[in-house]
Design a protein around this ligand. Structure first.
Ligand code: NI
Ligand code: MN
Length: 228
């Protein structure tokens, strides 16, 4: 089984696995790095890590158009319901659930989560997905470095998607330390260079990771994908 991870720019990802189409943090319209528009993407499920505008993005609009189920923490999923999203599934940190695309567990993330209208978005999360072929991918979301990434690494990761932009999230140095704790086979850096304040050189970071860890870094351009 091949899984296809597409980076649409910033923190927006598409994941196709076992015939299911997932969008993660779907921020297209108003995203200077976006390689697609909100009205042209497909989704069966939409995963939202936290309430910030660059992650909630166009989730409401896409969910209404496609009928996709929005998966998020309890606070964000009930907020989505109040915005008229018909299908939502609430989870919370430490809890997992079996979906058609695999077993999805919510993880800790160190960040904020206020929603665009100021509503309480609960705690931010990351996602640990065990796909139906048994491969695991960790989507860290917006987060600072935390030592419990070691526990996530113990699960045995095929891939990890990490922010490297600095300023709002881990920067290159801490993201490198994260790779050492997570020990994934593959790493995809995101959440950088969308704006000047998070500008980074991903090739430089990839070289450091290659030198100091056993992980293989895949630096994508918006619109490009990685199959695993
Ligand atoms: Ni954020
Ligand atoms: Mn963000």
């Amino acid at each position: 089984m091949t899984n296809k991870l597409t980076w649409f720019g910033h923190a927006t990802l598409g994941l196709e696995t076992d015939g299911q189409r997932l969008l993660i943090d779907p921020f297209f319209n108003g995203n200077p790095a976006a390689s697609a528009k909100a009205d042209e993407v497909a989704a069966d499920f939409i995963l939202v890590t936290h309430g910030h505008g660059d992650h909630v993005g166009d989730a409401i609009q896409i969910a209404k158009r496609t009928g996709a189920t929005v998966i998020a923490n309890a606070e964000i999923s009930s907020w989505m319901g109040r915005q008229g999203v018909e299908n939502t599934h609430a989870q919370h940190i430490g809890g997992g659930y079996h979906y058609p695309f695999g077993y999805l567990k919510l993880t800790l993330a160190l960040h904020g989560s206020a929603l665009p209208d100021g509503s309480n978005g609960g705690n931010p999360v990351g996602f640990l997905l065990t796909m139906n072929d048994g491969k695991k991918i960790y989507l860290a979301g917006d987060t600072g470095l935390f030592g419990d990434m070691r526990l996530i690494g113990e699960e045995g990761l095929e891939a990890a998607v990490l922010p490297i932009g600095d300023n709002y999230t881990m920067g290159p140095d801490d993201a490198l330390r994260a790779v050492k704790m997570l020990t994934p086979k593959h790493v995809i850096p995101i959440h950088f260079s969308t704006w000047d304040v998070i500008r980074q050189d991903p090739a430089d970071w990839a070289a450091r990771v290659a030198k100091e860890t056993g992980a293989q870094v895949h630096v994508l351009k918006p619109g490009e994908h990685f199959s695993f």
